[in-house]
Every structure is written in structure tokens, then in C-alpha cells.
Unconditional design. Sequence first.
Length: 232
Amino acid sequence: MRPTSRAAPSIGVLALQGAFRAHVERLRAIDAEAVEVRTPAQLATVDALVMPGGESSTMSNLLTSSGLLAPIAERIADGMAVFGTCAGMILLAEKILDGRDDQQHFGVLDITVRRNGYGRQIDSFETDLAIDGLDEPFHGMFIRAPKVESAGPDVDVLARRDGDPVLVRQGAVLAASFHPELTPDSRLHELFVAMVGDVARSQRSRMPTRPGPAAAPAPSPTPSAPAPSETE
């Protein structure tokens, strides 16, 4: 189910676990409509979804118990824009190298990730990143971050660290290894909101145009009465 069209997109933030409140604050700081999503009914009201950082296997369990796993998968397949950060990236990835056997994920982003690929909590770090489309570096915070081991040919790599992708996009799916929500810099959230608008316009342009009502046939012209003959 898609929400009805509105002037500005409504951005859902998956609010089952993790740093969802920080995402809500970043979105509201740029005057975007942010909605915490915990149920399928709430999901049905939003135009796009942010999947925050947290613990990916715990999120996997909560997606199942909340009844959100299948509805989110359906919405993504239907073209909904989604932004996954840290654990959210893992949930979107096609292949997880060291995931649990029973871990659920959406598999919509052609990347292979390694959970905690940059180390455990004690190995967390911060660094400035050059991001395609941004004029100034973005300060990335890597906390138990997943490492992208490979990316498919249809994946656009928007930022790298030491040669490894850390910000990627494939169609309507955006994902980051780091936590953009934990900085005061809202530019990546602005980029995502703009992306949501682009996706919506693209979807509208592909919708078939409904034919209007058939025009009534034009009335047959009424023959003119013959002019009276003149007598001399």
C-alpha cells in the first residue's frame, strides 16, 4: 500500500531498536516530516524509510515479531526509497559474510558485507570522508561498522575509506557503513530527502495515463435552407 500523495514526503524511521531517535532529530532539523515506524499500519503512512544503526541480528528478530519484515520487503520491491546506516546497511545487503544462520535481511543491495568489519566497539573511530555530490568533507563516525567487501556493477560508490566503499547507492536504496545521524551535519539526510522526491517523480512519470472520457461526436451540420429565387 502506498500513502496518498502530499506536498512533502513523509520519511519513516524504523523505531524497533538502535539510534532511531537521532535520525528523527536530523530529519526534523531540516524540516522533513519524520515518523517513527513500529507497525505495518505506520509503515503504510510513509513515503520512504530509514533503517538505523543498532544490532542487526536483534533488528532481524524484531522485524519478524513486529510483522514488519514482509511489508517492508513489499514496499521496497514496489520502489520505496530506503536509507540504511550501519546495521541498516547489513539488513539491506544481498550477502552477509558472518551473519547468523537464522538472520533475516532484505537482500536488495548488491553488496557483500562483513559485520563488525572495522572491529568491535573499542575499535570505533571518526574520519572525514569525501562524498560525491557534497562540496565539503563529511565527518563519519564508525561504531562496530560493517565493511563492504564487494559491490556489484549496478552499485554507485559515493564514498570510500582506504579504498573500501562506505556510502553506496543502487536505485532507490542508499546505505552507509557509518552513523551520519550522530553528527550535527544533516547533508546526507538532505540528500536522502531529495532522493525520495526524485524517486517519486520517476514513479509518477512511469504511471500509465488514464484516458479521459470519450469526446461526444460533433453534431452533423444542419443544411442551410435554399435562398428564395428572385423574380425579375
